[in-house]
Design a protein around this ligand. Structure first.
Ligand code: TRP
Length: 461
């Protein structure tokens, strides 16, 4: 029965708190750092269109699925999957879906914290006037010299990981809720300011054209896979983050309406980030496909020229760091909840132990921009591999299993009850999406990318 269980970790104090927390999880570096640079690497408009399709047809239905599993199970993903599987008369091995999430979570948190550390560092660079009157070359040079210093990158990565660990240690209402209440709306407003600036000084027309006029000759199997991975990454899907947040959701809240709102906000912020960054890319003759440094190089140019840019710029990176923090805590939370449930650890102990492990892995990513830059496997650094394996492989795989579980293995009665809907139009559409469209979509995209990979390495011709 809905609401039959209670989570030992607490509950959101209202539906709004869940919306803020889930939006806080979804909106982060994925929207502002990753979306623009991955779009740039994949040629623009067609990629954006495929990304939007993936969000609507695959992401949102799976997001509802994750939330309903979480709320019905009221435990960490590993234990919730196990409990629900047994309740539905299925194998307890479904808990391995939770395990896949834990592994993916560690990898994501490790490199996420490194990039978030860049953002924290940039508060001080921009605020200190390092970019006043800068141009494309100087801005790129500063980024390279900063990320080229292993010590600095690791230092900021450490600071960010410590902050994440502390918030998670303080628990659902003490830590998580307080962090998201004010900062998410502020970020949104500041992003609008930057878009306004980019509209008036950059090449806005070229940016709109690049983002929204699809050129399908740019599309490859890999870019479709990248779009799918980005959809999962941005919506925080496929590793249990939304599931654990769902487990703190009050029983009476409507999942479809709540999740719909979160997904719209997340996608809106990504589009705004694109509209803030690409006018500057084209206006200043930068390369859209230049990789993970894109946001740091472009926005700083804008801040270096606009009135009060030092102030706005510092504020922007403060808010980006906070957005990253509200995402990072959702990546850590499932593991911590599991350690607390299964080993009766205190939240403080569970949180420090898991943050420390992710930190160690993150050092590898931090070194990928300096000492280990030449240490590459098929053209990818340690950082690139972490990002690729977790985002592009493990998240869609986790999502696929969620879709199969809620679509084919849970009874219709259970899913209908938990979604709070009757057997009408909405439910039928949702079911077709999780039963057929999402699984086939993920499998086709995976299959296609696998064939390309095998051709690349010469196994197929
Ligand atoms: N969605 C966040 C972002 O866009 C990152 C994130 C938080 C995430 N939780 C996650 C990514 C879980 C994958 C899985 O920045």
């Amino acid at each position: 029965m809905a609401g039959a269980r209670e989570s030992i970790h607490g509950q959101w104090s209202s539906r709004w708190m869940f919306i803020l927390a889930a939006t806080g999880s979804a909106v982060g570096l994925g929207n502002i750092w990753r979306f623009p640079y991955v779009t740039g690497e994949n040629g623009g408009g067609a990629f954006v269109l495929i990304y939007l399709l993936c969000v609507a047809a695959v992401g949102i239905p799976i997001m509802m699925g994750e939330t309903l599993i979480g709320r019905r199970g009221r435990q960490s993903p590993i234990n919730a999957m196990r409990a629900l599987a047994l309740e539905e008369g299925l194998s307890a091995n479904w808990r391995f879906l939770g395990w896949l999430g834990v592994v993916a979570g560690f990898i994501i948190l490790s490199f996420y914290s490194v990039v978030a550390g860049w953002s924290v560092a940039y508060v001080f660079y921009v605020g200190g006037g390092a970019f006043a009157g800068t141009d494309a070359t100087a801005s790129a040079a500063l980024f390279e010299s900063f990320t080229g210093s292993a010590l600095r990158v690791i230092g900021w990565h450490s600071l960010f990981m410590v902050m994440t660990g502390i918030i998670v240690a303080r628990g659902v209402s003490g830590g998580l809720e307080q962090a998201v209440k004010w900062l998410m709306p502020a970020l949104f407003v500041l992003l609008l300011v930057v878009v306004g600036y980019a509209m008036s000084t950059g090449d806005f027309g070229a940016a709109v054209n690049y983002l929204f006029a699809p050129d399908f000759s740019e599309v490859t199997g890999e870019s479709v896979l990248a779009a799918l991975g980005q959809a999962f990454f941005s919506l925080s899907l496929g590793m249990g983050a939304i599931m654990i947040y769902g487990s703190y959701l009050p029983a009476a809240t409507s999942i479809p309406r709540t999740i719909g709102l979160v997904a719209v906000c997340d996608t809106g912020v990504a589009m705004l980030a694109g509209l803030a960054i690409f006018p500057i890319v084209f206006g200043f003759g930068l390369e859209p496909g230049s990789g993970p440094g894109l946001v740091f190089v472009t926005l700083t140019i804008a801040f270096g020229h606009m009135p009060f840019g030092q102030l706005f710029g510092a504020l922007f990176f403060v808010l980006l760091s906070v957005a990253a923090l509200t995402s990072a805590i959702s990546i850590l939370e499932p593991v911590v909840a599991w350690l607390v449930e299964s080993f009766k650890w205190s939240r403080a102990k569970a949180s420090s132990a898991s943050a420390l492990s992710a930190w160690v892995l993150g050092v590898g990513s931090a070194l990928s921009f300096n000492e280990w830059a030449d240490l590459q496997l098929v053209g990818k650094t340690f950082f690139d591999w972490c990002e690729f394996l977790s985002t592009t492989v493990m998240l869609p795989l986790g999502g696929l299993l969620v879709a199969i579980f809620v679509g084919w293995r849970m009874s219709q009665r259970s899913t209908m009850e938990e979604l709070g809907v009757s057997d009408g139009f909405f439910y039928r559409v949702w079911r077709v999406l999780v039963q057929v469209i999402a699984p086939i979509g993920v499998l086709l995209i995976f299959g296609n990318a696998l064939v390309i990979f095998l051709k690349d390495v010469g196994v197929l011709d």
